[in-house]
Design a protein. Structure first.
Lengths: 271, 91
């Protein structure tokens, strides 16, 4: 039986879709069977980030409505054969995603793989609640920025109230993933640092993803960074996070670009 | 002056941290308890409904913040007069 993860944040644009795609790829590269589910009805993008946009035939809502079988809608990745995607529908009718339909599809997916990773839409409306509904664990993606941290706090409250696990009186596992982190700026006190965010949200840290050009390049190419640029700091940060999800003990590194002498001098003067 | 500006700008993260801590302490009181306003609404409605017939759409429950120390719970229940008279006439 698979573990169901939801990648969520409240705020938009913090890196949920990138995280879903990259963590999914990193887990699949380690031999785990992974299905990614896009819950962003009407604004699907996970297909694009994975480079599968031209292979979408059927989608999540087609499966719920019985138009297509799950096996017809799921797209297998061409680079990593244990990675697959269930795309969201581009319909404007968000009510087509029903509570019962989602429960059934997630239940079926659980039997097919090791990890089901749900990419939540932004906000705290129906779509976001449905995405978290059946999760065993949540990854809360947060940027070191005041509005993102506040929205994450709100999402944590909803995870403790609106998920099936919470309703049964069980605790949903929560992991903090800090994305777009600029270690140099944080060390100069210009930006919330890892400690600040962890203390405010008080959930365990899964990883720190640096602000980087590699992420932009990866989405331009439609290829997760762990595949397109596996030696990069960003890929390393995601791979380490995937290993931690898998239960391995991995030392937490604060990723920062190697600075030249000028950078170091400037860093020291400003600190 | 320019040096002062520089120092002030450098220190913006601690300000962000403090603002967040104060704000979230407040917000957690309101929303942490699984939709407090929603729970209050249902329970108040149940009590009122024991005595009068009310339109569920005409019930307003909200919590307003008054300064740092207190919040005010406001409950507005619209009751149709005819039914109240009928119920009062019976007793």
């Amino acid at each position: 039986m698979a573990k169901v993860l939801v990648v969520t944040s409240g705020k938009g644009g913090v890196g949920k879709t990138t995280t879903t795609a990259t963590l999914g790829a990193a887990l699949a590269q380690r031999g785990q069977r992974v299905v990614l589910v896009d819950f962003d009805v009407g604004l699907r993008n996970l297909d694009l980030v994975l480079g599968a946009e031209r292979r979408v035939v059927f989608d999540f809502i087609n499966v719920i409505q019985g138009v297509a079988k799950l096996s017809q809608a799921v797209i297998r990745d061409k680079r990593v054969d244990t990675l697959a995607l269930l795309p969201a529908s581009q319909t404007r009718d968000k009510d087509a995603l029903t509570e019962e339909g989602v429960a059934r599809v997630i239940g079926d997916l659980r039997r097919m793989c090791d990890w089901v990773i749900c990419d939540s839409p932004a906000g705290i409306e129906r779509g976001a609640i449905l995405a978290m509904r059946h999760a065993d664990a949540a990854i809360i993606v947060t940027n070191p920025e005041i509005s993102s941290v506040r929205d994450s706090d709100r999402i944590i409250g909803l995870l403790d109230a609106k998920t099936v696990k919470a309703e049964k009186g069980e605790r949903i596992e929560k992991h903090l993933l800090i994305a777009r982190y600029d270690a140099a700026r944080a060390s100069r006190g210009e930006m919330l640092n890892v400690q600040d965010i962890m203390e405010i949200l008080s959930i365990p840290l899964l990883g720190i993803i640096p602000e980087s050009d590699e992420i932009l390049r990866a989405s331009n190419l439609g290829c997760p960074v762990t595949l397109s640029d596996p030696a990069s700091l960003t890929a390393r940060a995601y791979s380490d996070a995937a290993r931690r999800l898998n239960g391995e003990e991995v030392e937490m590194l604060v990723p920062s670009d190697k600075k030249g002498l000028m950078g170091k001098l400037f860093g020291r003067r400003a600190a | 002056m320019s040096l002062f500006d520089f120092v002030k700008r450098r220190g913006s993260a601690p300000v962000a941290r403090e603002r967040l801590q104060i704000l979230l302490e407040y917000e957690r009181c309101l929303t942490g308890q699984t939709d407090l306003v929603g729970v209050l609404r249902e329970e108040i409605l149940a009590v009122v409904e024991r005595h009068v017939v009310v339109d569920r759409e005409k019930v307003r429950v909200r919590v307003d913040r008054r300064g740092d120390a207190i919040s005010i719970l406001r409950v507005g229940v619209e009751i149709p007069n005819a039914r109240r008279v009928a119920s009062a006439g019976r007793s």
